[in-house]
Design a binder for this molecule. Sequence first.
Ligand code: CA
Length: 491
Amino acid sequence: MSITWNRREFLSAAAGGLLGTCLAEPRRAGAIPARQPNLVIVFPDQMRGQALGFMNEDPVITPNLDRFAQESLVLTSAVSNYPVCSPFRAMLMTGRYPHANGVLSNCNSNSAPYDCELRQTDRCWSDVLKDRGYNLGYIGKWHLDAPYKPYVDCENNRGATAWNEWCPPERRHGFDFWYAYGTYDYHFTPMYWPTDATRHSPLKIDQWGPEHEADLAIEYIRNTNGQYREADRPFALVVSMNPPHTPYHLVPQKYVDMYAGQTATDLINRPNVNLADDTSGAKLAKKHIKNYFAMVTGVDDQFGRILTALQENGLEKDTIVLFTSDHGNCLGCHDVPTKNVHYEESMRVPFLIRWPERIKPRHDDLLISTPDIYPTLLDLMGLSDDIPSDVQGASRASIITVNRGDRPTSQLYMWAPVGQPAWGRRGIRTARYTFVVSKRQGKPVERILYDNLDDPYQLRNIAARHPDIVRQLTEELEQRLAAHDDPWLQS
Ligand code: CA
């Protein structure tokens, strides 16, 4: 049975310590180095890297991110290596690629028979921080558990595929404050399992998800009367918002009004949306672009509130803040509805990281990959000795702090059909090219090559005309896949 609260009731419960009493006792652990930084990660779902006002790509309104960018290192070439929900999230948590961490598809009832979920035994960065004495909070979408029967009774579990699942405490990887759900796309009536809720007692809330989550993040940051965490300990807080994910119309009107007077075609400035032929992708873009941008503006607004809370509570200087997303959104580019493809709109994500006095604000086109985030963060926090040896990503901390260190020459791209880890698409993205090889059972191998400098909207596949480049990039791709024991090489 779930309880439905509106915003006022929720805030009064929070102020009265009702949610605080749901806190599991944070585990006391080893000694903490002096002035160990806090960490706040905010990552909305499906926000493409082009949807940042200051980048001058999408005509989107993001005043808080624009200001934050001036205080941050902006990695303009950051990607999601497997640009769909659960594979990104598992790479973020484990620092390992999908074949190593077992999350090769989205977690749902189709992939559940293949044990597609975050393993309880994996050592996530949050486990490391917990053992180092941090308090940890997770708010929002988790999407790393396989649903099991009887499915939790809720929307998102009533169609042909079940998606949503509760994450039991032993699978939370060190997060002692929990206010999360698996997958649930009703942005005006979101649901959450607080720390001590049982599988069948989630909370239902009458409030726009990102606003509600920002309210709670602000409470966590303020920590009035020590309700949420131990005031003398550093903390790490993740806020994983669902918008700008579908359904796009579930967005407060005040954010839509900020685009008043602009038509859909005013807002679609990417030539890879085929407006001239009014294709299915063009129709989709015209229908949803304004609401998608309005959602991005709403996320920006709520992110701004979290930043203000850090400042007002004197935590700005000692807190690393990372803003990114799990993948982008084509929204009709190349006639693709959403993500899970190699196009820039799907792969490229925002990546802004701020740590006043330690990270100089600038832009850098570093080819960072998702599994690099784990070791990079721990290294920045002075915990490089705690990075497990099976982490496959590499720390880019020295590039972030002093602009020195090894730079990768490419980023992996992958997609595997459910239950077929040796098949599907693999590719690499370099400073210039996107190269993808597609293998499907019983079909000829397909090769795709885009020159992203000459052709930034990826309108021309030049693979057949450039066998030399294809050969060179194939070599690099195969070397990388061999290093990760990807069975695709044998298929
Ligand atoms: Ca997602």
